[in-house]
Design a protein around this ligand. Structure first.
Ligand code: SAH
Length: 253
């Protein structure tokens, strides 16, 4: 998979992407990460990439020429995605979709962002990493790279660990424990040491449901509430339900 990053602070992305899982994926040849600096195509002595906004106001805006030029010259793989707080949010589903592509590119803004013509005529789409404003797109690009890279076959040791975890099923992941079975006075749930795989599976599913109901009821609502089976599963493990959230799929109960 090839990912190109267009940024005036590529070092920030590289510092992060040269270590750990992403670094290993690159060393192993699974991931081909390339950087393009819009300053490289400027022609003035100051290598200017920004200018004041038309209409006034605070801050600077990234000029269109260097961005169009670097993209037209380097032809980074499409889709070209502009990291932006006003894009649709990055989700696990979006990461999975990107992981299935042969490549894509990430454009990092800075200052007040990019000239609107970049948004309208150069990039293919936008992506936000959350409802807050960063100083630049580099951290956001690193987030996308890591979320996507770990889904590319051959990057994580064990593909099952991807399919089981938070969001893959629309639910948050169940709690995980490792040795020792008793740490201080806190003991691992008996179920997990019962050797009964069916029971373990049901317990995990119930824990996932319960955790999601408590922490992210919006995710439960999005999948249409709880089915009768899921309610029975929660009851089997005595997991209390936050009252308001039982909703949609239990009419006539
Ligand atoms: N004035 C802009 C914010 C600019 S922040 C606005 O109000 O929308 C500067 C740059 O940081 C942006 O161009 C974008 O590339 C990046 N950025 C900031 N917040 C982000 C977020 N939540 N997700 C992705 N990129 C973000």
């Amino acid at each position: 998979m090839r990912i190109d990053v267009i940024s005036i602070f590529a070092d920030a992305v590289e510092a992060f992407s040269s270590v750990s899982l992403v670094g290993k994926a690159r060393d192993g040849g699974v991931l081909d990460l390339r950087y393009h600096d819009p300053r490289d195509v400027t022609t003035d002595v100051h290598r200017t990439v920004d200018d004041a906004p038309f209409g006034g106001g605070a801050g600077m805006v990234l000029k269109p020429e260097p961005l169009f030029e670097i993209v037209e010259r380097e032809q980074p793989p499409r889709p070209l995605i502009y990291m932006s707080p006003s894009g649709p949010p990055l989700t696990q589903a979006k990461a999975t979709e990107l992981a299935s592509l042969p490549g894509f590119s990430l454009l990092c803004g800075r200052f007040e962002g990019v000239d609107e013509r970049v948004r309208q005529h150069l990039v293919d789409e936008e992506l936000s990493i959350g409802d807050y404003v960063l100083a630049g797109g580099e951290v956001a690009a690193a987030v996308v790279i890591e979320a996507v890279a770990r889904l590319v076959p051959g990057v994580l040791g064990n593909n099952e660990s991807v399919s089981d975890e938070s969001f893959s099923s629309g639910l948050l992941e169940y709690p995980q424990y490792t040795r020792p079975a008793t740490f201080r006075e806190w003991t691992v749930p008996d179920v997990l040491r019962s050797g009964n795989h069916g029971l373990v599976e049901r317990w995990r599913q119930a824990q996932s449901l319960h955790k999601t109901l408590v922490v992210r009821p919006d995710l439960i609502a999005r999948r249409g509430g709880l089915t009768a089976d899921e309610q029975a599963l929660l009851a089997e493990f005595d997991l209390e339900l936050p009252e308001a959230d039982l909703g949609e799929s239990s009419p006539g109960d």
